[in-house]
Design a protein. Sequence first.
Length: 354
Amino acid sequence: MRAEVAAVTAENPDHAALARAGRILKNGGLVAFPTETVYGLGGNALDPEASGKIYAAKGRPSDNPLIVHIADLSDLEVIASDIPEDAYRLAEKFWPGPLTMIFHKKDIVPLATTGGLDSVAVRFPSDRTAQLLIRYGGGFIAAPSANTSGRPSPTTAGHVIADLGNSIDMIIDGGPVGIGLESTIVDFTESPPAVLRPGYISLGMLKELIPEIRMDPGLSADREDFHPKAPGMKYRHYAPKASLTIVEGPDDEVVPAIRELAHKEIQKGRKTGIIASEENAGLYPEGIVKVIGSRSDEEEIAHNLYRILRSFDDDGAEVIWSESFDSPGIGQATMNRLLKAAGHRVIYTGGGST
Ligand code: TXA
Ligand code: MG
């Protein structure tokens, strides 16, 4: 099967194409679509067979639950129960938008969609095309990121075509996404609620409304006791094919360290990549140097991460060294994904490594 690709712009949506996509979804088929975070692989969330097809197309472990996307706040109560007042406050402020919330599920949501859990993750995306597709598709669309399991999430339709072009029914091409990293996930099945995955909506933004909210302790732990609550966070995923290592420390130590590490690999004849800030990129004389963005623009860095990881695959890179891009806002999410892509391999220029 070769997927039909339909270009749809948010300003001037092609309703005929979206209605066709909606029919595919209602009939149990799969449609990839843009959201403000990353492209999603959609199927009818209330149809266990459609969910089964999503797992098969991605090659995703069946214990890793899917997010159900809605396009109308009143639909939340159709699929979720025990919704606390704090969740409505987050919804009022951040929905539609890049926030996913987890609640106890209602029986209408099949266990095939939730990876066997009795909870359901719900997201109301702000992307206009996504909203239209969800409505045309019946209102409840299960959608993981539209990549093959283990690859970086897709930020363009081209990435989706490369991974899933032969295994799904249709791809809605809405151009490059805005944010480029997956939504923030907040778990309301525990009290106080916990952030299971950092994203564009930062812990600081959430604390303004819920001061007692916290990070899932399993997320910040180092490699030995890394037991995150969201099943998907435990896989080494978002990963390029090359072996990636992050080098951390002050710039005047990191740059020479990466230069030397890369030089050794290049001498061994290995294709070597470097992920550099705009400020430092000119300081690396060898290797395939990719500029992720300026240190003064953390959103740009987040936006470029997955595209760069994928492009190193296209270059056939075997080893990649990356600078570190920590910052208080979305930099937390960028580092969470970069650490996962690196399998938590970090070299500290002060000496130690993990
Ligand atoms: O931005 C996003 O959230 C994108 C777009 C397409 O909306 N979707 C996305 O889905 O990133 P996915 O499947 O790639 O990631 C969903 C994450 C996984 O880590 C999964 O384990 C976790 O959410 N998750 C889903 N339902 C859960 C539940 N009931 N309890 C705990 N974790 C859950
Ligand atoms: Mg994913």
